[in-house]
Design a protein around this ligand. Sequence first.
Ligand code: EPU
Length: 343
Amino acid sequence: MKLTDNADLRPYNSFGVAARAACLAEIEHGDELETAVAMAEQRGLPMLLLGGGTNVLFAGDFPGLVLLMRNRGIEIDRESGLVKAAAGENWHELVRTCLEGGLYGLENLALIPGSAGAAPVQNIGAYGVELEGFFVELDLFDCADGAGRKLSRADCGFAYRDSVLKRPRAKPRVVTALRLQLSPEPAPQFAYPALERELAGAGEVTPENVFDAVCRIRRRKLPDPAVLGNAGSFFKNPVISEAAWEELCRRHDSPPHFPVSQGVKLPAGWLLERCGFRGHTRGDAAVHSEHALVLVNRGQTTGRELYELAWEMRRRVLDDFGIELEPEVRIIGAEEPAGRGGG
Ligand code: EPU
């Protein structure tokens, strides 16, 4: 385990904003967690678990211990289709390894930044597929009592970009490994409109060309965090009632939408573009020119400035459409501005 006091968190958040933690522990083996937690308790430090740092905004410093899982290992059983991955593996490398190993299903989730251990926390999803569909169970270490536990799919309470692991806890539950059930038989899924368009004319669709097509779309629309700091979609896509949807249709020509069981899901990117935010800049805090749902750090912005921009966007969508956007990104080190209402 590597411990760093007064750690610079800039390399550990994909927005690339400056922030500091009282201490940072890089955990290479699950059994080091016990020592790290004991140290935090002795020093009276709160704890924060960071995956790849690709879905977090540090609006301020974190006055405690940041835990970073660095454990490695992927085991593939081609016959049964079962895959076990250590939490510290890179998600995209896991997707690629499974595909190259002849196990299929994760192709649509290619190029999602972050670690394997973070994937179940927000039930990552893209192009018509969610992690939940392959999930078997995970191993976790509970910092509250030092116990190791397994969570099944039912225990995880998966929903759209959500699971029980996303609920804030004073002492985090650290995912150390996950098991997925994939298929040795190709079963490409490409009904998502943008993916279907990308594959049109490609002839027979294979998992390999779904993987390539997803990578091409993402590279085109979403900035590479290594080049332009960002955390993907900043907000979740909101679900509105049928009545609100009909009202919206009276005021706008055929808004894009997806029917869901509780109403109608709208792309937050569309709402934000209508409010004029695509390409909007506020110093180095900005909205991506290709996608209004993606906030970017154009160089030297602070987490606080990005946070303020996000709240300006949220307020405008509420004023113009009466719809409340809920952040998808976890925000650390800031109180939400007063009077924002529930989210
Ligand atoms: N749109 C606009 N303007 C914009 C952006 C989008 O009008 O600036 C409209 C377009 O009509 C477009 C529609 O929104 O067709 C949907 O856009 P897109 O296909 O990019 O998907 P999204 O709903 O914005 C979601 C996920 C992404 C995921 C894509 C593809 C959420 C919050 N985001 O985005 O996930 O990659 O679908 O499946 O659900 C992430 O979670 O960080 C992420 C990038």
